[in-house]
Design a protein around this ligand. Structure first.
Ligand SMILES: Nc1ncnc2c1ncn2[C@@H]1O[C@H](COP(=O)(O)OP(=O)(O)OP(=O)(O)O)[C@@H](O)[C@H]1O
Ligand SMILES: [Mg+2]
Length: 59
């Protein structure tokens, strides 16, 4: 049995978060460890995975 409530979003389903992505990008490139904390379903996993894709695309 699984309890599902909407998977993390990617691509066209992912919107906004530009300010957060800029901030997180700068922190990661600076070598800082980051903890994303927030209420459930706020988009923590989505933004972390989007950041990973963007960094990977950028080498
Ligand atoms: N950037 C976004 N654009 C569009 N929808 C979003 C975005 N971020 C989150 N959502 C919506 O919120 C839902 C939950 O997103 P996500 O799983 O990334 O959140 P979470 O904070 O990691 O959740 P959990 O607390 O369960 O781990 C998605 O299924 C989607 O419907
Ligand atoms: Mg999550």
């Amino acid at each position: 049995m699984r309890s599902l409530a909407g998977a993390p979003v990617t691509g066209a389903d992912f919107f906004n978060r530009d300010a957060e992505l800029r901030l997180l990008d700068a922190k990661v490139r600076g070598g800082t460890h980051i903890l994303l904390a927030g209420q459930r379903r706020m988009g923590k996993t989505s933004v972390a995975e989007e950041l990973g894709r963007r960094l990977q695309d950028d080498g």
